[in-house]
Each structure stands twice: as C-alpha cells, then as structure tokens.
Design a binder for this molecule. Structure first.
Ligand code: F2R
Ligand code: MG
Ligand code: MG
Length: 329
C-alpha cells in the first residue's frame, strides 16, 4: 500500500473517529434539523448530554465488540462476536429494539446465525450492523471478496435483511478504500477515485444503493441544501437512509474530519450513527491526527474509553500485518 501516512495512524483514526462522531451526535440523536437550528443554530463541537460530554453509544460499544472478537479469535467467529456484544451491552448506551431482542435470544441459547429473525421475520433493515462494521473494513480490505463475506457474517448476527447486509458491506468497503487513500495527494483526485470505487461497488448491491450513489454524484457536482440532502439521501436509522448520507458527508469533506462529521451531525435524525460512520471513514483516510485535539481530549476515557479504543486499533493493525505476512487475507 503506497501511503505517506502510517497505516497504524489510520487504523486508530477509524476507531477513534467512530467514537468522536458518535459522541458528537449523541446529544441530538432524534432531533429534527429545525430543532437543532432552534436549539444551537449550528453544532460546532461537543455539547453536554444525558451520559456526559464525549460519551459514546451503542454504535461505538458494538464496534469495540467487533474489534475485540476479531483480535482474540484472530478472525471472524460469530459465536464469539455475539457474546462480546452481550457482555459489553449497557442499556443506557441506547440500542435499537431489534438488536436488543436478538441479543436476548442469543443469550437464551439461539445460535448466532439464526437469532436475528426474532423481531422482523425478513430481518432488520436498520443501520445497526453498518454502524459497527469499521474493524471488518480495516482487517479485510486487502481482498474485496473476503471483505464482502466477512461483512455479511458480521451483519447477520443482528441484521439479516439484504438491505442491512448490503449497507454493512458498502460501509466496510468505504473504510477499506478510505484507508488506501493518500491524504497528501490532491483532494479532488482522491475524491474522484473514491467516488468511482464506491459507485462501481454499489452497482453490485440491491437498489436503492446504486440510485443513492447517483444522487451523491449529482450532489458533489452542485451545492445541495441540508433539506435536499435529507429528502434525497435520508437521515434516519434505516440502512439505506443513513449509509449513503455518511458516504456523502465523507466525500464532500474528504480532507477535513471536523467539517465532515459536523455536516453529518447537523443534518439531524440519526446523528450519532451517521456521525460515527462518517467519523470512521474520515478517520481511516486522514488518520488520528486529523481529529481535533479538543475533541480527543473530551472523549470518555474510562475502562473501555478512548485509550482502550486506541490500544484495540493498534492490536487490530498488528493482526492485519500478521495476516498479510502469512498471506491469510
Ligand atoms: N436506539 C437508538 N436510539 C434510541 C434513543 C436512545 C435514547 N436517547 C435513550 O434515552 O436511550 N439508537 C441506536 O439504534 C439505531 C440502530 O438500530 P438497530 O440496531 O438497527 O435496531 P433495529 O430495531 O434492528 O432497527 C431500527 C428500526 O428500524 C425499523 N425496522 C428495521 N427493520 C425493519 C423491518 N424489517 N420491518 C419494519 N421496520 C423495521 C424499526 O423501526 C426498528 O426499530 C442507531 O440509531 C443506534 O444509534
Ligand atoms: Mg447510538
Ligand atoms: Mg443512532
């Protein structure tokens, strides 16, 4: 991989970027854009919240579970990963109802690959698997076919609807490609190559993902209002209405972590999750040092807080290197 920024910094950027985007959006999750404007005019940085400033939600907690499981199992292991989710689970972090019910089923004995149809017979199409997928994108990005399969398996633990599986695959692919961008290159060159890769990849996915990518291309050639972005790409907890939105925020501000994540959060709706997914992509492309220092300082740092997440990202990077050396990815 030809890159002037150390790859380790990008692994750390992706996981801490998830935490930062999640914590930035958490206080206003579920707010309409008008409510955000009325309360804050524009969100410019961390604001206090029910769990305290800089705290993360289910999005980061489940991302931690994915990373822990990959590292300790040395590969994807669905049984292990589902039990990480269960052991890490804290209800106060704010989980989706389908995810809660699925984890309860697994805890009571249903197999990890069979529990997710407990609530919705066709599986959940929520964004709960896309939001946690960053470690899969980091570890398996060398081989797209492997990445597609590992993202599918990591999704179906809780989200087996094809649109959720596709959302997780698209977000994992975006992280893998962002990791391979060289931020010292011209930003317009990077944007075009990233956009082409994402468009080609989305053409292998179910609609409306290819249609959403066409909208993103149009948006990048113009200057859509926030209302237009919400209307045409969405801002809620459904995969198809949030993964493309995070891709757009990332593409629009490809060299600027702060502006990309602020754009995501100021759209309202599922702010913590769209913030987390945007933060993962921009952290993967620009590295840990692109995250504003005052944001890093404010991230919660208890038992599984910021420093733990940094250590996890470094261990995931070591595993990636080992696998690369052994040619097992
Ligand atoms: N749950 C939250 N936030 C709630 C607010 C927390 C609050 N502030 C507090 O005080 O605690 N956020 C997290 O949930 C979202 C991810 O949800 P997930 O994991 O995908 O859940 P679920 O239930 O599977 O899907 C979400 C909803 O989508 C609809 N839906 C999904 N599949 C459906 C189907 N097949 N048929 C019909 N509807 C379907 C349902 O309304 C689901 O409940 C993230 O925002 C994360 O931050
Ligand atoms: Mg959340
Ligand atoms: Mg959310």
């Amino acid at each position: 991989m030809n890159n002037t920024l150390p790859l380790k910094d990008k692994f750390v950027g992706a996981l801490v970027g998830t935490h930062a985007g999640d914590a930035l959006g958490m206080p206003v999750e579920g707010f309409s854009i008008d409510k955000i404007r009325g309360s804050f005019r524009k969100i410019e940085g961390f604001i206090n919240s029910r769990l305290g400033i800089g705290t993360y939600t289910d999005d980061t907690q489940m991302t931690i579970g994915v990373a822990e499981s990959l590292i300790d199992s040395r590969d994807f292991d669905g049984e292990d990963m589902s039990w990480r989710f269960i052991r890490n689970f804290e209800i106060t972090r704010g989980y989706g109802p389908g995810t809660i019910q699925t984890l309860i089923r697994i805890r009571k004995g249903t197999g990890w690959d069979n529990a997710s149809k407990a609530v919705f017979p066709e599986g959940s199409y929520g964004n709960g698997s896309s939001k946690r997928i960053a470690p899969i994108g980091l570890l398996y990005g060398e081989n797209t076919a492997v990445l597609i399969e590992q993202a599918r398996k990591a999704s179906i633990i809780t989200h087996s609807h094809p649109l959720s599986i596709n959302g997780a695959q698209l977000q994992a692919f975006a992280i893998a490609k962002a990791l391979r961008l060289d931020p010292s290159e011209n930003v317009e060159t990077n944007r075009q190559s990233f956009l082409t890769d994402l468009t080609d990849f989305s053409n292998s996915l179910a609609n409306p993902y290819p249609e959403r990518m066409d909208i993103i291309c149009d948006f990048l050639n113009g200057n859509p209002s926030e209302e237009e972005i919400i209307t045409k790409l969405g801002n809620n907890e459904v995969s198809v209405n949030s993964v493309p939105t995070a891709l757009y925020c990332s593409l629009r501000h490809l060299d600027d972590f702060r502006e990309g994540v602020l754009m995501a959060v100021n759209l309202g709706g599922d702010t913590d999750t769209i913030g987390a997914m945007t933060g993962a992509i921009l952290g993967a492309s620009n590295g840990i040092n692109s995250i504003p220092a005052e944001w890093l300082d404010n991230l919660e740092n208890g038992e599984k807080g910021r420093d733990y997440i940094i250590a996890l990202a470094k261990r995931l990077f070591e595993l990636y290197n080992e696998k690369l050396t052994n040619e097992s990815i």
